[in-house]
Ligand binder design. Structure first.
Ligand code: DGL
Length: 270
């Protein structure tokens, strides 16, 4: 067994949303340990400039590398859109983002080649989804819409309220006429409100979240590089670090992850 195979998978997000990706990694790779970093003190990333987000992510990468990781997942669409290639250049380990996996899942599903994308202002303004979709298939029609309030609805546990429905109807109205058959949930928080989104766009539209496909890609890379944890009876550990207060993350994170989380606060420089 190699020493590297015994290391953990690092996961970065701006807050708790990346736990939707982490959950899928726990499910598909039950032997693997993980180290999750939620940059809660500087949340949200979605309204920040790409330069700022890149600086934050590179700082977290420094911290996670000190935690002995064998692969890094940037489980945040805004951070992936801000510069996945910068993180890949900086790291000697594989770095996986969430955009490419989501795009592949959407392309595998669409029949009429009309795909909707929703995400934060940063993700939508970067056009990262549109560029990636068109790189795979230039004939694809992409309709994008930033839905910044969705993140706040999830963080504040307001998704089952009439206000949330009103916001969803307003944001998603461009898709009503657009004849899409696939909608990419291009933000880590959106799978947590997929019932509401589905009810607004209707049953004929397939919602695609990158979580499953990202975890599949992680598994594929670890397998190819001979980095899967070697022992079958391993009891993995899942560690959590946050830059803001631990209590908030503990409460909402426990709800999302489905098991008790005990995060530790790390004070970052900037
Ligand atoms: N994690 C972010 C994303 O997937 C959403 C929250 C934020 O704006 O930081 O884009």
């Amino acid at each position: 067994m190699t020493v590297d195979a015994c290391k953990a998978i690092g996961i970065i997000d701006s807050g708790v949303g990346g736990l939707t990706v982490a959950q899928e990694i726990y499910r598909q790779l039950p032997r693997e340990s993980t180290v999750f970093f939620g940059d809660t003190a500087r949340f949200p990333y979605g309204s920040r400039s790409p330069e700022e987000v890149r600086r934050y992510v590179l700082e977290i990468i420094d911290f996670l590398e000190s935690q002995e990781i064998k692969l890094l997942v940037v489980a945040c669409n805004s951070a992936t859109a801000a510069g996945l290639s910068h993180y890949q250049e900086r790291c000697s380990i594989p770095v996986v983002g969430v955009i490419e996996p989501g795009v592949r899942a959407a392309l595998a599903y669409t029949r009429n080649r009309r795909i909707g994308v929703i995400g934060t202002v940063g993700t939508i303004n970067s056009s990262a989804y549109e560029r990636t979709l068109k790189r795979y298939d230039p004939s694809i029609t992409v309709i994008s819409k930033a839905c910044p309030l969705f993140v706040l609805l999830v963080e504040n546990d307001l998704i089952d309220t009439p206000e949330a429905e009103l916001v969803a109807r307003e944001y998603l109205s461009p898709f009503q006429e657009a004849d899409i058959d696939t909608l990419i949930l291009g933000c880590t928080h959106y799978p947590l409100m997929s019932d509401l989104i589905q009810s607004v766009v209707g049953p004929g539209v397939k919602l695609v979240s990158s979580a499953q496909e990202t975890a599949r890609e992680v598994k594929e890379i670890l397998t190819r590089r001979n980095l899967l944890y070697p022992l079958e009876d391993n009891k993995p550990s899942h560690r959590f670090f946050v830059s803001g207060k631990a209590s908030f993350f503990q409460e909402i994170g426990t709800r999302i992850a489905g098991f008790p989380i005990k995060p530790y606060q790390v004070l970052l420089d900037s």
